[in-house]
Design a protein around this ligand. Structure first.
Ligand SMILES: [Zn+2]
Ligand SMILES: [Zn+2]
Ligand SMILES: [Zn+2]
Ligand SMILES: [Zn+2]
Length: 483
């Protein structure tokens, strides 16, 4: 632990134990928006490749090029080229041996989380045997100090972890292995593993980053966790004065306090006491929940939010006083549920056209049911937008993108990666459609946010910068030719 402390000192950080929260990471100097507070390579990681996933990713860099080649022996590992294959070889050599012993069917049951566990044990062994070096921020002791919450997990989870541990045991076939310890490590994974995302925040894999895991959660975080390939980087989103705790969000923060708390309790087994959550039950918090997840006023023109009437028979608008009957709400909610279930039961290979038509029906019903700033309505519009983009229906996609932006502006702080990415999408669509001046505005807004959350060094950000330059040049050309 002393090693870790001095390694963190190099980053101007320190670890301390906060009553009721466990370990915390503190800033030892002022950090400013966009600064990288800490970065870490994973102890172990694995791409989200499964036997059913159509698109495979490289084990080394997580890229999804068309030219991936599989390891000829085990057929499980995929590589984009020899340099990734070589960098992974020491670990994969042992993994490959173990996987190759399995028959074909059993090899298919090796999910990414099983692979991650197998790799955890193999990497521990390699460091123990000094075949790969250990450092202060890269050693198994750090994994041992992670919380497992074994006493809080359900009987069902316990059984599942035991089954998964048996599978890992049958893959490794180490006589001295402790199956109970593997099960405990699965519980550790459940609350400590990070989803690795690409620059557009789409999940591409999972990884264990034991030092990043020290960072606690807040629904109003001062930092953001972003990945470059499999490297995790924590960047300041605001000024962090010396002595302040470094905080990131473990969950999607757009949601009512109750929804956020439920998600944190279910997955991370703790009750959040951040400044956002400590407002639970206060008028502001009730109002916010009613807007995000509650119903709309019966009157078309009224933007008021609704609260349950004291007799429980309906919901009253806090703006104009009109009451909506419970039956009216239940009827629309039932229709939405039916449509959503129908859509979910269809195979994912179904056409985007069909999905759009169903989601538009759901959107119409949700517009009648929920407040205009409803999170559910936004999620439906996101799905329509995604399908429209895949169909390259740019004009309509832009219209939907524009519909979601006011929601993003309201639900997220001024500097948030999702808001930046939404401006980016809008800017790209405006650019394709020749709305050059709007494109410049949107891309500038995207740049202002994403340079803080994503830095400026990645290909993704260089592309954004290039698009912005092109759009600016064209806008000034259009302006000069008009004069
Ligand atoms: Zn690669
Ligand atoms: Zn192999
Ligand atoms: Zn919270
Ligand atoms: Zn009203």
């Amino acid at each position: 632990m002393e090693d870790l402390k001095s390694a963190l000192q190099d980053f101007n950080l320190s670890v301390s134990t906060v009553q009721g929260k466990g370990r915390s990471l503190l800033a030892n100097r002022d950090f400013y928006p966009g600064e990288v507070i800490i970065s870490q390579e994973p102890y172990v990681c694995v791409p989200n490749n499964s036997s059913v996933s159509a698109q495979k990713r490289c084990d080394g860099c997580f890229s999804a090029t068309n030219a991936l080649s599989r390891c000829s022996r085990c057929q499980v590992a995929c590589y984009c080229g020899t340099s990734c294959q070589r960098s992974e070889w020491k670990l994969h050599r042992l993994e490959c041996e173990a996987l190759s012993r399995l028959d074909r069917d059993k090899r298919k049951s090796v999910t990414p989380s099983i692979r991650l566990m197998v790799r955890l044990y193999l990497r521990r062994k390699l460091q123990h045997d000094k075949i790969i070096p250990s450092t202060a921020m890269d050693n198994y002791n750090l994994v041992e100090t992670l919380v497992a919450h074994m006493s809080n997990i359900t009987e069902e989870q316990l059984v599942l972890y035991a089954q998964m541990a048996n599978l890992v045991n049958s893959i490794l076939q180490w006589p001295e292995i402790n199956i109970k310890e593997i099960a405990e490590n699965f519980s550790k994974f459940a609350c400590n593993v990070h989803t690795i995302c690409d620059s557009e925040l789409r999940p591409v894999g999972t990884g264990l980053y034991p030092v990043i895991s020290i960072i606690n959660h807040s629904c109003l975080p001062n930092c953001v966790l972003i990945f470059e390939g499999r490297l995790a980087l924590v960047r300041a989103m605001q000024h962090i004065p010396t002595g302040t705790e470094v905080l990131i969000s473990y969950i999607e923060t757009a949601g009512s306090t109750m929804t956020r708390q439920k998600a944190l309790k279910e997955q991370y087994l703790f009750t959040c006491t951040c400044p956002g959550c400590s407002k639970a039950g206060q008028y502001d918090d009730i109002l916010e929940s009613a807007i995000l997840e509650g119903y709309r006023c019966k009157s078309e023109k009224c933007g008021g939010f609704l609260l349950r009437t004291t007799d429980g028979k309906g919901f009253q608008c806090q703006g104009c006083g009109l009451i909506r009957a419970k039956e009216d709400i239940q009827r629309i909610a039932a229709e939405i549920k039916l449509l959503s279930e129908e859509e979910a039961s269809k195979p994912s290979s179904n056409s985007n056209y069909q999905a759009i038509s169903v989601y538009k029906k759901i959107e119409k019903l949700q517009t009648e049911l929920y407040h205009p700033f409803s999170i559910y309505l936004m999620q439906t519009r996101e799905k329509i937008l995604k399908s429209l983009m895949e169909l390259e229906h740019w004009t309509e996609a832009l219209a939907y993108c524009k519909l979601t932006i006011p929601f993003y502006q309201r639900a997220y702080p001024a500097v948030h990666p999702l808001l930046g990415l939404q401006y980016y999408t809008s800017g790209k669509l405006e650019w394709y459609l020749g709305h050059t001046e709007e494109a410049v505005k949107s891309l500038t807004k995207a740049m202002d946010i994403l340079r803080i959350t994503h830095g400026t060094n990645t290909i993704f950000m260089k592309e954004l910068l290039m698009k912005l330059d092109e759009a600016r040049a064209e806008a000034s050309y259009k302006l000069s030719s008009r004069e």
